[in-house]
Ligand binder design. Sequence first.
Ligand code: AMP
Length: 397
Amino acid sequence: MKILVVNAGSSSLKYQLIDMATEKVLAKGGCERIGIDGSILTAKGNGKEKIYKKDMPSHKVAIQLVLAALQDGEIAVIKSMDEIDAVGHRVVASGEYFTKTTLVTPDVLKTLEEKTFELAPLHNPAAVTGLRACIEVMPKTPMALVFDTSFHATMPEKAYLYGINYDDYKKYGVRKYGFHGTSHKYVSGEAAKFLGKRPEELKIVTCHLGNGSSITAVDGGKCVDTTMGFTPLAGVLMGTRSGDIDASAVEFLAKKKGMSHSEAVNYLNKDCGVKGISGVSSDFRDLEKGVANGNDRCRLALEMFSYQTKKFVGAFAAAMGGLDCIVFTAGIGENTPCVRAGVCEGLEFLGVKINEKVNALRCEGIRDISAENSKVKVLIIPTNEELVIARETAELL
Ligand code: AMP
């Protein structure tokens, strides 16, 4: 079975074609600048790369080009579109309308459009544009929606509710949904495999630390709490997002800066986080360089990020009544030793101890960075969200 995984943005479309028998990526690539001058498709297959500079006025044209590239000359991996058994679409927000991977039907599409767009106005409309384009070009191929929120659907009410009027929660769906679910699901499953245990036996805190960051408590293979909330703005401070902040401070700041409420939220999403603290960059590689050059605000930004992440590790260990394993994943989790060390430092009382030398090594694949006498295993696991989307789509079929 071959599954095409599609992740559509407003002007981009990333894809992977995965052979489910081997879980091998047959082809991958992405279209950029869809609907803008200078659109480009970068396509990889058979270990080779080809670049197509072609006009892509719409997502429909983009997906047509992707399908052509999958069958094109030396990068061809299929002979006909019919070899694609299904398409799995990444969708950021589901609200309470979908709690698991869902096959697309006209009713599903209607609910997605009418109910979820306001929950993720930047992401969900873009995903539907990509979905509609695929339906047009591949009308006979089953389409699945795989939500970033699904893995978090197992959170108990006490974890996902905000302390607001319960009737307002019911009426408007304002609650914690969580994000990066496919990543948390993948790395927690891989951690259990690596440790030779069943997921049911483990209490894991997964730290997805990238440009957007979220931390999740996975108890017995199920999410019981997570840091992101109604939107991906909540939790730890991130590249450009503030993370948790007192709601009254938002109104205060908006008044002082002469911003409307939506401008203030935009500011909290785009101009804050480690970028705002350091005044240098949202990229952790730049922050590390800043620290090496004696920049105190870069040091502060890194300290705040590690400290806030550590606090959630501790909170989630308390929520689960124990901790067997911490997993680090995504751009920062996989590549920034000083953050991993900063998060684990001071958690010895929970039984967490890392091997500093192994932590400092830069290499690929799954790594166990815990010290020999650490009660809690500390692992680095490269994430693979596309594989989860493909697996969920295949299971649904
Ligand atoms: P992500 O959103 O998962 O792509 O993560 C992006 C973040 O990871 C950025 O802040 C990068 O600075 C950080 N990062 C650190 N080292 C690397 C690396 N070697 N490759 C990619 N991202 C890195």
